[in-house]
Design a binder for this molecule. Structure first.
Ligand code: BGC
Length: 417
């Protein structure tokens, strides 16, 4: 069992070697949904880092992009009185668990390492609850990206689209060239990820009014009808087998040239890199046309659940400290496709898409055009997010026309509030 002074040494030195090896510094059971090839590669960076510090890793993967299944599994574990020690978590879910009093207080590590000075306010809004640190942010992802196969783009005229009309022209050209223009997996969170971007493309004010402030006029008005019209248009470029397809299989379609593009958060880049593809050469990353300068973000954070065993508590602190190290944040996010959660990490190790991601984030943050992603739990609590998912997916599958969908959105959100 560690004494506090020993922990400090272990935290700052990173390694506690005994007799040439690394002494055990406890065990963390980590619940997460990083199960695709690119995600697993990033997770290995974390596992190896912790192993070098003597922290043993007990894996609890729950497959399912966006983390809904993981959150269901988490609820079952906590209800059974057996919470995992550390959990990958998004935005409002962190707040909800903190409000239940389930999360450990990380203030001593945060204070001694000066997290307050390097984590942007947009993330702190979720990492801190009631003024106390309850989660360690490992990255910032953003959802308004499009990943395009370079050869397919060249064959479709070679110019990356910058607005809706240009996007449709490129999708039409890809269709005429005999490939699936849009690779997509029909799962509610993936439909919602595209929806995030289409809403944002109608303007920052509209995104804020509808997705964050839940203004009824915005949720049910003409602009929202237009959003649903555009969703239906995009649906017409998806292949017949899209239903239920995992997001990484949709990425694979773009990687192997079967499809032209995927509209997905930057975790998709992890799949391209895993396949040894190079940005600018094999694939192109652009902001969803019409959203240049704006960012819808989500941040993976590790929330630590309250545990009584002091050794487990020390392991949690070691893990939180490891996750927040600038060197680690660079190494991890280079592989994951995301960008660092700290503002003081250099961009040298990042590829062109990563550099653009970092620059876009800083610019959007400075200009008031950075917004939490609805699809990924950073705009509204899970109950409202799920209500929106239902309407977006029902419309995407043809249950409602655009006017009905906008009206349903108003009702669903009001009922969920
Ligand atoms: C998470 C990413 C993850 C993606 C797909 C997002 O909600 O933030 O880390 O790669 O879901 O599973």
């Amino acid at each position: 069992m560690f004494k506090k002074s020993v922990l400090k040494v272990a935290v700052s030195a990173g390694v506690l070697a005994l007799g040439g090896g690394v002494a055990s510094a406890g065990n963390v059971e980590v619940l997460h949904w990083w199960t695709s090839g690119g995600e697993a590669a990033a997770l290995n960076v974390l596992k190896d880092d912790l192993a070098s510090k003597g922290v043993e890793w007990q894996d609890m993967p729950v497959a399912g992009g966006g983390g809904e299944a993981a959150m269901t599994a988490l609820r079952a574990r906590v209800t059974a009185g057996n919470a995992p020690t550390a959990v990958q978590m998004l935005g409002f879910d962190i707040r909800d668990w903190a409000a239940e009093g389930a999360l450990a207080n990380l203030d001593d590590v945060a204070t001694s390492e000066g997290w307050d000075g390097v984590v942007p306010d947009a993330l702190k809004a979720f990492s801190k609850y009631d003024g106390h640190w309850v989660a360690a942010p490992v990255n910032v992802h953003s959802t308004n990206w499009v990943w395009i196969n370079k050869k397919a783009l060249d064959a479709a005229g070679g110019k990356a689209p910058t607005n809706w009309d240009e996007l449709i022209a490129v999708l039409d050209a890809m269709k005429a060239n005999g490939i699936t223009p849009l690779a997509h997996g029909g799962q509610a969170w993936q439909d919602a990820t595209i929806f995030d971007a289409v809403v944002l493309s109608m303007g920052n004010d509209f995104y804020k009014a509808s997705m964050i402030d839940l203004d009824e006029g915005a949720l049910g008005g003409d602009k929202m009808v237009e959003v649903f019209n555009r969703m239906a248009k995009l649906r017409s470029y998806v292949d017949d087998n899209f239903s239920g397809r995992d997001w990484n299989l949709a990425s694979a379609m773009v990687i192997n040239g079967e499809a032209g593009m995927q509209m997905m958060g930057d975790w998709a880049k992890g799949e391209f890199l895993r396949a040894d593809q190079v940005p600018g050469k094999d694939f192109v990353c652009i902001r969803f046309p019409g959203t240049q300068g704006s960012v819808t973000f989500n941040s993976d954070q590790f929330a630590m659940f309250k545990v009584s065993d002091p050794e487990a508590q020390q392991a949690q602190k070691l893990m939180a400290s490891a996750v927040m190290s600038p060197v680690f944040q660079s190494a991890f996010n280079v592989v994951k496709g995301s960008v660092p959660a700290r503002t003081d990490v250099p961009n040298d190790a990042f590829d062109d898409c990563g550099k653009k991601g970092m620059a876009d984030l800083a610019e959007a943050n400075a200009n008031g055009s950075l917004f939490g992603s609805m699809a990924h739990g950073h705009a509204v609590p899970a109950s409202i997010k799920n209500a929106m998912y239902d309407v977006v997916t029902a419309h995407f599958n043809g249950e409602y026309d655009a006017t009905e969908a906008a009206a349903e959105l108003v009702t669903a959100v009001a009922d969920a509030k």
